[in-house]
Design a protein around this ligand. Structure first.
Ligand code: ZN
Length: 156
């Protein structure tokens, strides 16, 4: 008769000596099919599952409230996102917004201009560049104004 000393675990498949298995007289080898480690971890999982089930039951209202709030938050976010996409997909609205941001000469716009110029960006350079842009715009405005005036008079 062969004396069985090692057995492979039905769960993890590792070959372990019989000491690593719980005794089970109903089984052929007199030990359970899964090793002690696997039995323990599956018990722990059962406990965790049990705990989360209990937790869900005990905090049903809290969870419902949370999911409701989360749902509202998400739907309003999605709505805003859809709105934003709609606006950006509309070229005229997008252009208008871009023009407005250029008119304001905000830091983002100035930085963008400076980045193209490949200059070291500091608050002073931003301020200087902003002034430069303002002057440039005024000059252009003046030029356009003069042009309009002169072409206007020559046509008459
Ligand atoms: Zn195992």
């Amino acid at each position: 008769m062969d004396i069985v000393v090692d057995k492979s675990c039905s769960k993890c498949g590792q070959i372990k000596s019989l000491d690593y298995y719980h005794k089970d007289k109903t089984k052929r080898l007199g030990v359970s099919s899964a090793c002690k480690t696997c039995v323990k971890s599956s018990r722990n999982n059962d406990r965790k599952r049990e705990y989360s089930k209990e937790y869900t039951i005990r905090n049903k209202d809290k969870i419902n409230d949370y999911s409701r709030r989360y749902y509202i938050k998400m739907t309003s976010y999605e709505k805003r996102l859809a709105e934003h996409r709609k606006i950006n997909r509309n070229p005229s609205v997008y252009k208008e917004r871009k023009a407005k941001s250029r008119f304001k000469i905000d830091d983002v716009y100035v930085k963008q201009v400076l980045r193209n110029a490949n200059i070291n960006i500091s608050p002073e350079t931003i301020q200087l560049k902003r002034e430069q842009i303002k002057i440039k715009r005024l000059r252009k405005k003046l030029k356009d104004y003069v042009k309009q005036k002169t072409t206007g008079t020559s046509e008459q």
